[in-house]
Write a new protein. Structure first.
Lengths: 125, 235
């Protein structure tokens, strides 16, 4: 038996967008603090129902601690709301921070190519 | 727009604010410190010129006045108008909001909904603002520093003001109101706030680009003495 259900067909899937953000602060911060701060701000601004409808998720694997870059996934109609919620992040822990959105992408792969400087090895073939 | 420096209540110098604004992607800022006296305004003007040369972005000087009544508003406007590029009136009471909308020398009426149980403006105010070319300002810092109930009320009143501005064709601007570097946000995030509050995206971009530019161009002509009276201009 399969452990995971089959992937839905493209027409049935939700249309998602990936926002690449950069955290501007005096000291470098770990992913857990950033994730908590973002969730707090999004829940405060959009409420529980709004957050659920926006399908927000902060992606852990893509957090770059060196560059302080990360990716947030959301529904394609909720991009502007998430941008606003990120603009309203003022402080995480004791530190004042700015969460700056660098851009929006349709896939994680292209977001990493554009903003993280990752190179696709297949392009050399 | 509407950045405060250490000339009044801000934490950082004009050059520091300008350099940080440049790193966030701004092409120009207007430093609008609270009005103290004319000597401070002259110092601010020279500081802005220096910062502009140092950083390479456009840095203009402005002033924010906080009058107690319409009479004081008139007096402060006549004192400051010819010295700065941008004149902002801090809204609050209905009398001040209305007097600011009826004064053609005022550029922006900032946060008319501040500390009020309503949006602070009505139909005669919007009509007067449209005739006199007074813009309504939406202050981002106010949203940033409030939480839950107060923030939701502010968002509600801002939404009403945006709707009425669209109806009466009154120009609207979104300003950062930053008092320190960490209060600043990049322009695209301010656009998204206007969009969330009911402004469609192409018009929301204008709130941070073409409308402030028009105000600056108009005042540049006024300071150069090209505008003689209402509708009369030296070419």
């Amino acid at each position: 038996m399969r452990e995971k259900p089959n992937i839905l067909s493209p027409t049935m899937r939700e249309r998602r967008r990936y926002l690449v953000f950069q955290v501007v602060s005096k000291e470098k911060m770990p992913f857990s603090d950033i994730s908590n701060g973002i969730w707090h701000s999004v829940l405060n601004f959009l409420g529980e129902l709004g957050t659920a409808e926006s399908e927000v998720w902060v992606i852990k694997n893509s957090w770059d601690e060196e560059k302080q870059l990360g990716i947030i996934r959301c529904e394609h109609t909720a991009v502007e709301k998430i941008r606003t919620a990120l603009a309203l992040v003022q402080r995480i822990g004791d530190q004042p921070v700015i969460v700056r959105v660098l851009g929006v992408s349709g896939t994680i792969k292209s977001a990493k190519k554009k903003f993280f400087g990752e190179v696709d090895l297949l392009s050399f073939a | 727009m509407d950045v405060k420096s250490n000339f009044s209540i801000g934490e950082h110098t004009v050059s520091q604010m300008a350099a940080f604004a440049q790193s966030l992607g701004w092409k120009g800022i207007v430093v609008c410190d609270l009005y103290k006296d004319s000597a401070t305004l002259d110092n601010l003007n020279s500081e802005c010129k220096e910062a502009s040369e140092k950083t390479g972005i456009e840095v203009y000087s402005g002033v924010t006045i906080q009058p107690k009544d319409p009479k004081e508003l008139k007096k402060l406007v006549s004192e400051t108008r010819d010295k700065v590029m941008l004149l902002i009136v801090q809204g609050g009471t209905y009398q001040i909001n209305r007097a600011a909308c009826e004064n053609p020398y005022v550029d922006i009426l900032m946060s008319p909904e501040q500390n009020r149980p309503d949006n602070g403006l009505d139909e005669p105010c919007f009509t007067a603002a449209q005739i006199n070319g007074v813009s309504i300002g939406l202050n981002f810092r106010q949203l940033l520093n409030t939480y839950r109930k107060i923030r939701s009320r502010l968002l509600d009143f801002s939404k009403i003001n945006i709707k009425l501005c669209k109806k009466y064709a009154v120009p609207l601007v979104v300003v950062s109101g930053a008092q320190s570097m960490m209060d600043m946000r990049d322009p695209r995030q301010l656009v998204s706030i206007a969009n969330v509050l009911g402004m469609d995206l192409p018009h929301a971009f204008n709130l941070l680009s073409s409308i402030p530019q028009q105000i600056i161009e108009k005042n540049q002509k006024r300071l150069e003495g090209k505008i003689i009276g209402k509708g009369v201009e030296k070419v």
